[in-house]
Design a protein around this ligand. Structure first.
Ligand SMILES: [Fe+2]
Length: 361
């Protein structure tokens, strides 16, 4: 995998074999994580528990502010833990949006993101936004005015599962990690769900896995153009955290199955929110395949974790190999801050394994 993705050194037979294993990716946005990272266990001293066998780990007594002062090994282990467990929850954080940005930058760097990748600027972030370009304010009040995936889908579906997505997959260089802190919340409701793309890959037959490994999909967020007009904000068409993310096409092509370089595990990488078309098959086949893959995500609650927020809880997740979905079952205000870092241009390493196979499960 390493020289194959770097692709610049060596042209011997071994290099050619490795290169032929790689699909997708972009030479201008390659991971620097050349082999799966190993967790040293430095976070084990903090109280933690796995919320389900497949996905989610919760820590208590681990403060981001302390973590930022600690040595690099803790940050590395946090990155590996997030990538392996899909999503990590840190309860009751005394942390500013600026400190969240610093943590996100350190996690993405520890995980080997390309030099050209930084924090994402969302195309709908207002110019002069009070917390800066790289913080997205997640707010029920804003959503009532017609924001994001909810609005796009509210007129066509009454399924709560319509909102399942991975963040910003319409960008050629999408997100590796994202974090969200909720500071304002209703007395009940507003849970967020995450689901594991590793597990969904593992539930496909070997024949279906290898068929999908030959395909790409088109991800598209054109609905943001309409939304920008409706909200009266100009779309951010300059560079959005990577030289490859710019303009107003809001469209990208990615492998249907991708490898997460931090774990080395394969996952399904299409989502309900942004994936419009599987390429290289007929429209009917694409519709059928997308529906099937999305059903695997939404109907397998044993591949999901549902998190009940308390004030100032922080979630950190890996967008390469997981999806998430908000729950709009409340009236009172709910708000928080989100930071999203960019990883590598998605690639598939045909020599990589599924999670269950890699763990010997
Ligand atoms: Fe999201």
């Amino acid at each position: 995998m390493p020289s194959a993705i770097n692709g610049t050194n060596g042209s011997g037979p071994e290099d050619q074999v490795q290169r032929s294993n790689i699909k997708g990716g972009n030479v201008e946005s390659q991971t620097r994580c050349l082999k799966p990272m190993v967790n040293s266990g430095s976070l084990d001293k903090f109280t933690n528990r796995d919320l389900t066998p497949i996905i989610g780990r919760e820590f208590e007594g681990l403060q981001v502010r302390e973590l930022l002062k600690a040595d690099e090994q803790l940050i590395k282990d946090l990155a590996v833990t997030v990538s392996e467990r899909g999503v990590v929850f840190l309860r009751d954080q005394d942390v500013t949006p600026q400190e969240m940005k610093t943590l996100c930058e350190r996690i993405t760097q520890a995980a080997g993101s390309p030099e050209s990748s930084s924090l994402h600027v969302h195309p709908l972030t207002e110019n002069g936004s009070e917390l800066g370009d790289q913080i997205s304010v997640i707010s029920s009040e804003k959503q009532k005015k017609g924001g994001g995936l909810t609005h796009q889908l509210s007129d066509v579906s009454r399924f709560a599962s319509a909102g399942w997505h991975a963040d910003i997959t319409f960008e050629p260089v999408p997100s590796d990690y994202a974090m969200l802190k909720i500071h304002t919340l209703p007395a009940t409701g507003g849970d967020t769900l995450w689901a594991s793309g590793y597990e969904i890959y593992d539930r496909l037959s070997p024949a279906m896995q290898s068929f999908l490994e030959g395909l790409t999909a088109t991800h598209d967020a054109k609905f943001f153009l309409e939304e920008a007009t409706r909200l009266g904000n100009p779309l951010r068409d300059g560079m959005r955290g990577s030289p490859l993310n710019h303009g107003s096409s809001l469209q990208a092509t990615h492998p249907v199955i991708r490898t997460n370089p931090v774990t080395g595990w394969k996952s399904v990488f299409v989502n309900k929110g942004f994936t419009k078309r599987i390429n290289g098959v007929t429209k009917d086949e694409s519709d059928l395949l997308l529906q099937y893959l999305i059903n695997l995500v939404t109907q397998n609650h044993d591949a999901q974790v549902r998190f009940k927020w308390n004030k100032n809880d922080l979630a950190i997740w890996d967008n390469r190999s997981n999806w998430h979905c908000a729950t709009y079952d409340y009236e009172a205000a709910r708000a928080g801050d989100r930071v999203c870092s960019l990883g590598e241009a998605p690639f598939l390493d045909l020599a990589s394994m599924g999670r269950r196979e890699a763990l010997g499960l």
